[in-house]
Design a binder for this molecule. Structure first.
Ligand code: NDP
Ligand SMILES: O=C(O)C1=N[C@H](C(=O)O)C[C@H](O)C1
Length: 260
């Protein structure tokens, strides 16, 4: 299939190499920093989302840019009717608005705060764990995430998704709190989420249940960005096969694989 890459940073470059290894072609790359050149696939790099003519043969675009630019990119791709796989985090307060624009244009959006298949399986395990821990109030719950020191959004998108899953499976927790809690202790119904930015950590997420007697920890540790980029390319393949138009997530891709 033909893929356009929006954002030619750490993820965009890894996606290009994985897409090529899976037999795909890169039609265009958009990134203001590298505009005017070509990617290692030979695809031209534009400063902004290319026009309809340049994207005519593109089956799907994969977008990993920055929280400030993702919404405009999703809008531009929807207007060009290019199905979009979007991994940028820290912009999802505008997701509802973006979904409306995508639907109005009869296009498609598949988004995920984390495209790693391992993390999406971890989400399912975490939701089940939260459900079975719910009747045991002696076990408090919390979330911890660590990422590299170039990451501009905190908490991670993955931690936010994980918190939403825990809240929907654990009725004694009603609210996620992300701040440092400098001057107060968390209330029992609050799910505290902590973030660390250090070095080159690709992404670690832990769900913790802690009682006076013991601790249960479920951790996903990314070793590198390959799993993330590979999941995004698999999501683009899924979206290009999908005959329905509309809004999808990585959970739809996982559902096709595991049948639930
Ligand atoms: N959902 C998931 O699985 C994952 C999500 N992410 C998220 O993806 C995003 C990108 O991550 P990463 O690749 O590591 O970040 P990088 O900073 O390495 O790359 C982002 C790139 O996008 C470019 N960019 C900025 N604005 C635009 C624009 N308007 N159009 C096109 N390109 C633009 C940047 O250029 P410049 O340097 O000039 O600003 C940069 O080259 C982050 O939000 C991160 O949290 C990351 C990994 C996995
Ligand atoms: O910025 C990153 O690097 C990552 N961002 C995503 C997030 O915010 O959850 C996913 C992954 O953990 C890497």
């Amino acid at each position: 299939m033909n893929i356009a890459i929006i954002g030619y940073g750490k993820m965009g470059k890894m996606i290009e190499s994985i897409a090529l290894a899976r037999g795909h072609s890169i039609t265009a790359i958009a990134d203001p920093f590298a505009a005017g050149g070509t990617g290692s696939s030979g695809a031209p790099i534009y400063g902004d989302i290319p026009g309809i003519a340049e994207l005519a043969d593109t089956d799907a675009a994969i977008e990993f840019t920055s929280p400030d630019t993702a919404f405009a990119n999703v809008t531009a791709l929807a207007e060009r009717k290019v199905p979009a796989v979007v991994g940028t985090t820290g912009w999802l307060d505008r997701l509802g608005e973006a979904e409306e624009i995508v639907r109005k244009n009869g296009s498609s959006l598949l988004w995920a705060s984390n495209f790693s298949l391992g993390v999406n399986l971890f989400y399912r395990i975490a939701a089940f764990a939260a459900q079975i821990m719910n009747p045991f109030p002696e076990y408090d719950g919390g979330i911890f995430e660590a990422h590299h020191n170039k990451k501009v959004d905190s908490p991670s998108g993955t931690a936010k998704t994980l918190a939403e899953l825990v809240l929907s499976s654990m009725t004694r927790k009603t609210k996620a709190v992300y701040e440092a809690l400098e001057h107060r202790a968390p209330a029992p119904e609050e799910l505290h989420v902590g973030s660390l930015r250090v070095g080159s950590v690709p992404g670690t997420h832990t769900l913790i249940f802690d009682s006076p007697a013991d601790t249960i920890e479920i951790t996903h540790t990314a070793r590198n960005r390959e799993g993330l980029a590979s999941g995004a390319v698999q999501a683009a393949e899924w979206l290009a096969r999908e005959t329905r138009r509309g809004i999808f997530t990585m959970d739809d891709v996982l559902e096709e694989i595991i049948g639930a």
